[in-house]
Design a binder for this molecule. Structure first.
Ligand code: C2E
Ligand code: MG
Ligand code: MG
Ligand code: MG
Length: 277
């Protein structure tokens, strides 16, 4: 009996593994054709200065506009793009689209300060990243001050020494840097001191229950205090309610991003938002 059950479990397990591997491979092939057919689009989520209510920046968030599946969330394809290496090409294209948009808005006098672009771990480990980014900015006529890059805590800690170096190069080019999803990776405070970043983004998992969970409230408050004493600004992600906003403003959080102000918007809707803001 035990043997038969074990064999069945084993067969089920391998069958599931085959299915997962097949789905993964299918997604990888889909991503390849999405690159070829230019099916990626950016949505933009406003970032609002806590005290003045002024829109300072927008985070560019990639979506895959699939002819069959519709608008596909990055959560469903970024990790596969990362593992397969396709993220290098997608990330480069994302950066191009963001620069194109920034140049168009500047030219049209649409008021905004900067567009923030997410980098992946693979991009950060690419030695030629600074050259790639600067040549794209140059070809779209975008000043580095119009761009911010977001890297996650965990991706910088994969190779901390190399990250300090490459972030230093990007910073010296005049690009602002933010640490995304702060508090969810294992961070080393001694490295945090060395990373030349301008902002920390408090992960939305801490914001969600900020009014009811004293631990989350304490983490948010401590992050704000620490960031400020290191001379960095703080962005809170995932702010959905007036009560969350009130708490964060009271604690001195600098910038607010979340559904309370706006969901990520298509370029067209983002432009309308910026014009009336
Ligand atoms: P992220 O960089 O931390 O982006 C914030 C995510 O939180 C976005 O999800 C945004 O839509 C969502 N969000 C913002 N405000 C709220 C809120 O008030 N409530 C809730 N429930 N969610 C909120 P999205 O667009 O699905 O992106 C998910 C993740 O995919 C991003 O997390 C980022 O890690 C990754 N990603 C997106 N675009 C790119 C890209 O161009 N390159 C790379 N490498 N990763 C990207
Ligand atoms: Mg981000
Ligand atoms: Mg985040
Ligand atoms: Mg995230």
């Amino acid at each position: 009996h035990a043997k038969a059950a074990g064999r069945n479990t084993y067969q089920m397990f391998t069958k599931e593994m085959h299915t997962a591997a097949r789905q993964r491979l299918a997604m990888e092939n889909n991503l390849r054709s999405a690159i070829t057919n230019d099916e990626f689009v950016l949505h933009y989520q406003p970032q609002v200065e806590a005290i003045t209510g002024k829109v300072t920046g927008l985070e560019a968030l990639v979506r895959w506009q699939s002819p069959e599946a519709g608008l596909v969330s990055p959560d469903l394809f970024i990790s596969i793009a990362e593992e397969s290496g396709l993220i290098l090409e997608i990330g480069r294209h994302v950066f191009e689209m963001a620069c194109d948009q920034a140049a168009k808005w500047k030219k049209a006098g649409v008021p905004f300060e900067k567009i923030s672009v997410n980098l992946s771990a693979r991009q950060l480990q690419q030695p030629e990243l600074p050259e790639i980014l600067s040549s794209i900015m140059a070809s779209y006529g975008v000043e580095p001050g119009m761009i911010e890059l977001e890297v996650t805590e965990s991706m910088t800690m994969e190779r901390p020494v190399e990250s300090v170096r490459i972030l230093g190069v990007l910073k010296s080019m005049g690009i602002d840097l933010a640490i995304d999803d702060f508090g969810t990776g294992y961070s080393s405070l001694s490295y945090l001191k060395l990373f030349p970043v301008d902002k920390l983004k408090i992960d939305r998992s801490f914001v969600k229950d900020i009014e009811t969970d004293p631990d989350d409230a304490a983490i948010a408050s401590a992050t704000i205090a620490m960031a400020h004493s290191l001379g960095k600004k703080v962005v809170a992600e995932g702010v959905e309610t007036a009560a969350q906003l009130e708490f964060l403003v009271q604690e001195g959080c600098d910038i607010i991003q979340g559904y309370f102000f706006s969901k990520p918007l298509s370029a067209e809707d983002a432009e309308a938002y910026l014009k009336k803001a």
